[in-house]
Structures are given as C-alpha cells and as structure tokens.
Ligand binder design. Structure first.
Ligand SMILES: [Mg+2]
Length: 370
C-alpha cells in the first residue's frame, strides 16, 4: 500500500546558483507500507534538470504502484527498475529508496551493509552559494563557525566576480586558521573553454587545494568540456552533463571528464547509481555524490550509497542540514563526514508531531495527495 505527500520547505534565505534562484524546495514523500514495515522514499523533481514536477511525480506513483514487488530483495528491486517506465526519474528514486528501506528493515541491516561490509567514509562538503563578494565572505565565516570539523567547502561560481570571491574566501579561511580543501561548481557558468581554463587556473593559484571542478561550460558540449579537462590541472567532473548511464558512456568514450557527480534523484535511485558507479570504476573515473534539495530521507539514501561504493571520493550532501527538523532520528554531520544512524534500512524516521507543529509556523507544507 502506498501513500504520498507533498513536502515543501521554505528556505531561510533564497539560494542562488549561476542560472537560477530558489526560494523553497518542492518535494514529494512516498511511504510504502508492507508486512507491518514502513519504507520511506523522497522525490525532489526539477523541471529543468530531471524534467518532472511535483504533480508529474504523483501521477507516476499512482500509475505504477501496481508494479511494486510483493517480496523485497536485491533481485526484485532490480526487476522493478526494469519494469518501471522511463518517465519521472525522481519518482523512480522515491520508489527505489522506499524499497531499499523496506529491504534493510526486513533484514535488520543498514542499506550500506546490504551491499558492502567495508564502509567507505568520504569527506562531505558544505556549499557557499552565489552572492556578491562581501556576502560570500560573511557566508564563509558563518559556515566555518557552524561546522568546526568541516574539511571541504564547495563554492558556487557565477561567471562574474569569481576571482575576488575566492580570494575573500581564502583570506577568511586563513584568518580563522582552518585547513580547508575546495570544490568549485561552475554550473555551466563559462561561455568558452578559453574563459574557463583561464579563470580555473587562476583560482588554482589562489585556493591551491582544489579537489575537483564541476561542469565548467555549457552541458553536453563534449568537445568544449574535453578542452577544459585537458588544459586545467584539476579533475573535472560532469554533473548537468551526466544525467543517465548513456551520458556517462559518452563521457567515458570521449574522455572529456575525470569523474561524475552522481545524484540519486537524477539516476532514479540507489540501484541505477550503483550501475553507473561500476561503469565509472571500470574506466578509472571517480565519483562524487551530490543531492538536490532533499531532506533527510534522500540524503540518507545518498550516504548509504557513498558508504557502500568504493570509487566515491566525496559527498556533497548538505541541504537537509538547513531544513527544519521533521524526524525522530536522521543522519548527522560529524568529523567532516556524513554518518547514517545505526538503525536498519535508511535509518530515518518521520515525526508527525513535529510536522504538525511546523505546519502552524508555515515553514513546511505537508499534504497527503495519494
Ligand atoms: Mg553541480
């Protein structure tokens, strides 16, 4: 039996990247009840990236609820993915998370341990969004104070003022005597490979320790991306260019990036992400795990995937940290690493009493749709 809810959080302040400003997230929660167990799933659709919406997710869930398996194990999860039509990738992710949650609860095991006994513990970054130089420096200070254990900062580049913004960030980090590595996310901000190469090489001199750069130029312009990869001494990762396995195969064939940012909302869940990560590993590509505006359910799925996948070198799982708390228990951020709870499945439990209180403050919209 399935239930699905609209779940929207209002952001404390607007979130800006190179091409868009967000004021709230728009997510859908999926609950699958089976054999007295509850499996949690979450979809965070985006009309531009995953090409679906809150409404199309509900439509997809209703249309395909009959395809859910009666028995749950890895084989039936894989078979369900084969049966599910293309459609909404975030709805498929929600189904995949809920089935994995049920599988883990049934086996009394964390999801990561169902895949691997060796736990990978990559560092996690926190993002500095696009603001003017002064606002950027204030944000760095705030983040460094909020997370004394933080080791990696991700900077959203805007294609404008990036050099001065990065100089100010580095100054603040040095002033506060912190050891920080950086990830730069261009979100396609640069118009040409020449501009990207020029700016990124300067930023390397300023920041020094840059782990990787995401999506420097317009998505899927493979040759332009390759030119940047070949001429910048920092690993280039594809994000918007790598939506599915077909894209990843092109990237591998053309050798135009050194790694992939896997987001479970784009791949359609943990299992399809495993297939992509394995393809990357075969060809020497590294993986980072990113997120959309997911709450603790989607974030927990990302953590379990990262913990059980050996070529994951970094997680960028942070949006839940700024969202209101609607859970009894949920993953934490400690020692620079995202950690799942010790509970089985995803290790996350909704708290409906907290949700009711937050609804009154209008910070959360939570409505049953299915
Ligand atoms: Mg990105």
């Amino acid at each position: 039996m399935i239930e699905a809810y609209k779940l929207n959080f209002k952001f404390e302040e607007p979130v800006r990247i190179a091409w868009k400003t967000f004021h709230h997230n728009a997510g859908d929660l999926l609950l699958i009840k089976q054999n007295n167990l509850m499996g949690y799933g979450e979809a965070v659709p985006d009309p531009f990236i995953t090409r679906d919406t809150q409404d199309s997710v509900f439509h997809y869930l209703k249309e395909n609820a009959s395809l859910l398996p009666k028995e749950i194990n890895l084989k039936t999860i894989q078979e369900t993915h084969k049966k599910l039509p293309e459609g909404s990738p975030t709805a498929r992710a929600a189904i995949d998370f809920a089935l994995h949650d049920l599988w883990g609860k049934q086996e009394r095991s964390k999801i990561s341990n169902l895949y691997s006994k060796n736990v990978n513990t990559p560092l996690n970054c926190i993002t500095i969004f696009g603001k003017n130089p002064k606002g950027t420096q204030l944000d760095v200070e705030k983040i460094l104070k909020a997370y004394p254990h933080l080791k990696v900062i991700k900077i959203k580049l805007m294609g404008k003022d990036d050099i001065i913004r990065c100089q100010l960030i580095k100054e603040k980090v040095d002033e506060m005597k912190r050891e920080i590595s950086y990830v730069l996310d261009c979100n396609q901000a640069y118009k040409t490979s020449k501009e990207a190469i020029n700016v990124l090489n300067q930023l390397k001199d300023i920041l020094q320790d840059i782990i990787l750069v995401e999506e420097p130029v317009t998505a899927k312009q493979w040759d332009v991306m390759k030119e940047v990869t070949d001429n910048v001494d920092i690993p280039i990762f594809a994000d918007e260019s790598a939506v599915n396995l077909e894209d990843v195969k092109i990237i591998i064939k053309k050798q135009c990036a050194n790694g992939i940012n896997i987001k479970l909302q784009k791949t359609g869940g943990i299992w399809p992400a495993k297939v992509i990560a394995e393809e990357c590993e075969k060809h020497g590509l590294k993986v980072m795990v990113g997120c959309m505006f997911e709450s603790s359910i989607g974030i927990a799925a990302g953590i379990h995937f990262a913990q059980s996948t050996k070529n994951v070198i970094l997680t960028d799982l942070d949006y839940d940290l700024q969202m209101p708390d609607i859970y009894k228990y949920k993953p934490i951020f400690e020692d620079g690493i995202r950690k799942s709870t010790d509970k089985s499945g995803l290790g996350v439990e909704l708290d409906f009493a907290k949700i009711e209180r937050l609804k009154k403050s209008s910070k959360v919209i939570f409505e049953k749709v299915i």
